[in-house]
Write a protein that binds this ligand. Structure first.
Ligand SMILES: Nc1ncnc2c1ncn2[C@@H]1O[C@H](COP(=O)(O)OP(=O)(O)OP(=O)(O)O)[C@@H](O)[C@H]1O
Ligand SMILES: [Mg+2]
Length: 258
């Protein structure tokens, strides 16, 4: 057992003592989060705040811990959260299961997009509404993603990569999402499709949905995002405006190799 898990306690900065000190917690607040895969200590004390409606690019080299951080925030079983607090709109995500975190409005769209084989586009969308809270109607998803409407009866795994990404985002919206966590949404997509997904994410932002985007295509993510958080070796090494990263060649070279 790792030493932090052995302490058996989560962080001490509770919402009540934040309130007592007079600082209102951010819409989404991550405080001193640590997580392990078995004995491997990967997420090493990550903290950041996100305002409602912001798009944040979470960047860093291969293996920096971006996917692990998203998985920790969505409360997947692995990696295991051993210390720290995660608050979404006053709800203690750190003490929830992944199912409860999803019900509270956290939607993780993983790199592989988790399209369910053997089901049509529409069945994939319907399945995401199997339990409350329900978000957009399926018709509304089709209004925003006409391509999905045209292909509603098509088996979803036969969609193009860009269409599968639209379906993955559409499925999250059909579930009353408050915080969208996207892991490499542009991966494997042609530049013209990347632009289409960017437009979709901008319209998602206009709807007030808060988004964290992890991307290898850092420049594209920085152009979309308001803020950037850079990770290295499981820790946050930069937290500032996206423009600052675009303007700072040394920072990009050191942590993003671009
Ligand atoms: N299931 C796992 N078990 C053990 N170690 C893991 C597991 N998944 C990831 N790791 C390790 O955790 C570290 C961070 O991996 P992670 O996938 O979070 O990085 P990343 O920043 O998303 O990288 P990439 O840009 O390549 O996707 C890496 O050293 C990786 O080898
Ligand atoms: Mg990753």
């Amino acid at each position: 057992m790792n030493p932090i898990a052995a302490q058996g306690s989560l962080g001490k900065k509770t919402l009540s003592n934040i309130k007592a000190t007079g600082t209102d917690p951010a819409f989404f607040s991550v405080w001193d989060v640590h997580a392990y895969y078995g004995e491997s200590y990967i997420v090493q004390g990550v903290s950041f705040d996100i305002r409602e409606g912001e798009i944040v690019a979470l960047l860093g080299r291969n293996g920096a811990g971006k996917t692990s951080t998203l998985r920790t925030l969505a409360r997947t079983d692995s990696p295991q959260l051993t210390h720290g607090e995660i608050w979404l709109d006053h709800k203690p995500i750190h003490s929830m299961s992944s199912y409860q975190a999803a019900q509270s409005g956290i939607a993780l769209v993983p790199e592989d997009r988790r399209i369910i084989p053997g089901l049509s586009v529409e069945e994939n969308l319907t399945l995401s509404q199997i339990a409350p809270p329900i978000g957009w109607s399926i018709e509304r998803v089709y209004e925003h993603f006409p391509r999905l409407g045209e292909r509603r009866r098509q088996e979803a795994v036969t969609l193009s990569g860009g269409e599968q990404q639209m379906l993955a985002i559409g499925r999250a919206l059909a579930r009353d999402v408050r915080l969208l966590l996207l892991d490499e949404p542009y991966e494997g997509l042609a530049p013209v499709i990347v632009q289409e997904i960017e437009r979709i994410l901008e319209s998602v932002k206009d709807l007030g949905i808060t988004t964290v985007i992890v991307e290898q295509n850092a420049i594209a993510a920085l152009h979309l995002a308001d803020r950037a958080i850079i990770m290295d070796m499981g820790e946050v090494v930069f937290d500032g405006s996206a423009q600052e990263v675009l303007d700072n060649a040394d920072l990009r070279q050191e942590y993003l190799a671009i």
